[in-house]
Write a protein that binds this ligand. Structure first.
Ligand code: ZN
Length: 96
């Protein structure tokens, strides 16, 4: 018992596996009533649904942002392509 070696310099490990709060409402999980779904814990099915809705909303937002980003890139690429073509056309046109 007395051989406890304190490790003040040991960095705290991220306790990703020990989930203490509900992902739906953020409240601390009570051991008596848990709703387990896809490796995560929630207080109730309601909280699970809430969390799912939240995740989906976030994913939709991300997808939307990614889409916008892609569209922007495509537009820029097209502009660059057009500029290149215009430049080439200029070069090919014999100066009269
Ligand atoms: Zn909850």
């Amino acid at each position: 018992m007395a051989e406890g070696t304190p490790n003040p310099t040991t960095p705290e490990k991220p306790q990703a596996e020990k989930q203490t709060n509900c992902l739906g409402c953020g409240k601390p999980l009570k051991k008596l009533k848990l709703y387990y779904r896809n490796g995560k814990y929630y207080c109730t099915k309601k909280c699970w649904r809430k969390a799912i809705a939240k995740i989906k909303a976030e994913e939709a937002k991300k997808a939307e942002e990614a889409k916008a980003e892609e569209a922007k890139k495509a537009e820029e690429a097209q502009k660059a392509e057009e500029a290149k073509k215009a430049e080439e056309a200029k070069k090919e046109t014999p100066a009269a």
